[in-house]
Design a binder for this molecule. Structure first.
Ligand SMILES: [Zn+2]
Ligand SMILES: [Zn+2]
Length: 670
């Protein structure tokens, strides 16, 4: 073979062909240095052949990199599959999958000389006792174990109610796999929110554990990467990017909280880590264990249709019982109490009781439901961000209107920007109001807040979680971040306010999200031996997803939601591809969309329904106008063919200023 096709970390759809000099040995997967325009770039060989074409080609140059940075053919094959499936350029897939030092001349130069601690997470809360399984856990563990050494691809869904002890089963399985000489990949949604799990795993597996997540520097990532590749690390724990770990001998993949939306990457190479892990498992012929208290509809459906093995844990080993859930109809509450308070009387009473018992309270609020906006009484319009088509929320601390999408801020105005009247007023209640209400009612209580804003400072998140655990916080108010995985024995009351806003999002997954969020947050109550209580405030308490949580009716929710999805052809019954168009120029994008409307009918399309083009629900974001097309169908390959045909229009019509993005299996259509 005289020539090599080389993929460079660029968003282009094709590889570049180079000549192989006789003194350099190159195989598929080799990391190579090539001249590219006037630069030199590092890329990977994906094919060898003898078709050089008519023009003399540039030559591959020698690369001093260590052999550990070459890719194995099977790994490369998996990435190529991903590039096809997600309609993403292979160069972009590689750039996402590999730590960035891979694309430097010698990655070893970027490795720190002295060994540094891989993460501050390592220091947290290790008081792990011997893990003993109860009868139910033991039974499920043995059943799963029977399937993990079969040398076959086995997708397994483990449904374990909150607090049922899935982690103990994972730990036992990991021990067994490692004992058999193989490696394990353990994916978690967000590592910062689950320091306990990392600490427990480190306690069990010590130096054999590698950590991989976005909080590491690129050099730390590289170091962990090489430990996995060489086999010094046998357990890799990490967020979605850990999926690309270069295992030499992978024996099992565990995906904890498989339903979590953090597994979806929402930019450039838009992949779903759970789905791609299943593909990897299939290629490597290994088991893939997915665990959740609230499985995604897709996984539930596959389990129901026997495509996945299905096991469930229905008991909480330590806790006395499931928390009692009380639904408060806020329409009735407002009418009866006539009070302007945010929290209902029952929740206030329960908070007071809980504090009296020196136990802890979590209050989940939905940010969407808690926004103050600057509103015109004359024309009924709010002040809209000039770059994003969203109403600007008011921030009391700085006394400004601040956009959550683009960070643009505006001062309050006395004149309405829409109609010019001077009847501007602030409406709605903000998170500060909620905190204020709590402070007024419980002046002695130590109250803290957990949301994206409050944890921006490094270490803030860990310190809040630590304080909560050590009993230094009485009431923790937070967004969905507080619903995830925390296991704190003294939390006995969970209050939920503003859940209706989740249902108000124009997305076919809103009921599923509402059910998952409520179930997960309710599961934070009563994890220890003290009984837990959950109070949910809603203006919509009869909604089936809220009712199902109230009744602990897991199957009923899924069956009802599946029925609705099947009627409309939404996943898991159908599949979607979202093709998005952006431009900062509204005239240009209008013109382009008109042209697209004319082009679409001339494409020959099979088994695909094209919805749109239509403006995205958020029509303008960070200064860009947004439109999209949704492709819907049951055959993934037909959908992909249609998408490719539409993408082939990209170079026609001369619309240079329009950016395109493709999202296969989208989970967020805003
Ligand atoms: Zn107005
Ligand atoms: Zn904005």
């Amino acid at each position: 073979m005289l020539f090599a096709d080389v993929v460079l970390p660029l968003p282009v759809d094709h590889p570049f062909t180079y000549e192989i000099p006789s003194d350099i040995k190159v195989v598929v997967g080799s990391r190579v240095l090539v001249p590219f325009h006037k630069q030199k770039k590092v890329g990977f060989v994906i094919a060898l052949h003898d078709r050089g074409g008519h023009h003399p080609l540039k030559k591959i140059e020698a690369l001093p990199g260590p052999p550990e940075t070459d890719l194995s053919p099977s790994y490369l094959e998996w990435l190529i599959w991903a590039s096809h499936y997600y309609l993403a350029p292979l160069g972009e897939v590689l750039a996402t999958a590999l730590p960035s030092p891979f694309f430097k001349l010698d990655p070893r130069q970027s490795l720190p000389q002295k060994k540094s601690r891989s993460s501050p997470l390592a220091d947290h809360w290790v008081h792990e006792k011997e893990v003993v399984l109860n009868d139910e856990q033991q039974k499920v563990f043995l059943q799963i174990r029977d399937n993990v050494f079969s040398g076959e691809f086995k997708p397994i869904l483990l449904h374990g109610v909150t607090g049922s002890g899935k982690t103990e089963i994972y730990i036992h399985l990991i021990h067994e796999i490692i004992r058999s000489g193989k490696q394990v990949l353990y994916l978690v949604p967000e590592i910062g929110l689950t320091p306990q799990i990392v600490a427990r795993l480190r306690h069990h597996f010590g130096e054999k554990l590698a950590l991989y997540h976005s909080g590491l520097t690129e050099n730390q990532r590289l170091r962990e990467w090489l430990r996995v590749k060489s086999g010094t690390a046998v357990l890799l724990v990490g967020t979605r990017s850990a999926l690309f770990g270069p295992f030499c001998n992978l024996g099992m993949i565990i995906i904890d909280e498989e339903h979590d939306s953090s597994y979806k990457q929402e930019e450039r190479f838009r992949y779903q880590a759970r789905d791609l892990a299943l593909v990897r498992g299939k290629m490597e012929k290994i088991p893939v264990l997915m665990g959740s208290a609230t499985p995604s509809l897709e996984s539930y459906f596959n389990a129901k249709n026997k495509k996945y093995l299905f096991y469930s844990l229905t008991n909480r080993p330590e806790a006395s019982a499931f928390p009692k859930i009380t639904l408060i109809d806020m329409t009735v509450e407002k009418r009866q109490s006539g009070s302007p308070l945010i929290l209902c009387r029952e929740l206030h009473q329960a908070i007071a009781d809980t504090l009296n018992r020196r136990e802890q309270v979590l209050i989940l609020f939905n940010r969407r439901g808690f926004a103050v906006s600057h509103f015109c009484l004359a024309c009924q319009k709010g002040v809209v961000c000039p770059h994003c088509s969203v109403v600007l929320p008011y921030h009391k601390k700085q006394n400004i209107l601040l956009c959550h999408y683009c960070d643009a801020s505006q001062t309050l105005t006395s004149v309405c920007p829409s109609c010019g009247s001077s009847q501007m007023t602030l409406i709605g209640s903000g998170t500060e109001t909620l905190e204020g209400e709590l402070k007024t009612f419980y002046p002695q209580a130590r109250i803290n807040r957990l949301d994206r804003d409050s944890v921006q400072k490094k270490g803030a998140l860990l310190s809040v979680l630590k304080d909560l655990r050590e009993g230094k916080i009485d009431i923790l108010v937070g967004t969905q971040m507080i619903a995830k995985g925390h296991d704190i024995a003294r939390v006995t009351l969970v209050g939920v306010v503003g859940i209706d806003a989740v249902l108000g999002v124009p997305d076919f997954r809103s009921s599923e999200r509402c059910f998952q969020l409520l179930t997960q947050v309710a599961g934070r109550a009563g994890r220890g031996t003290m009984p837990g209580k959950v109070i949910v405030q809603s203006f919509n308490p009869k909604h089936f997803s809220i009712k199902a949580v109230d009744d602990h009716a897991f199957d009923r929710f899924y069956e009802q939601e599946l029925k609705w999805r099947s009627e409309l052809g939404y996943p898991p019954y159908g599949r979607l591809i979202d093709i998005r168009f952006f431009s900062p120029d509204s005239g240009k994008i209008q013109h382009f969309i008109k042209w697209l409307f004319v082009q679409l009918p001339s494409l020959s399309i099979h088994e695909t329904k094209i919805l749109g083009p239509a403006p995205s629900p958020i029509e303008k974001l960070r200064g860009r106008y947004r439109w999209h097309l949704v492709l819907k169908g049951t055959s993934p390959s037909a959908l992909r063919q249609t998408a490719l045909k539409i993408l082939s229009l990209r170079d026609q019509g001369g619309f240079k200023g329009i950016k395109w993005a493709v999202d296969v299996d989208p989970i967020n259509m805003l």
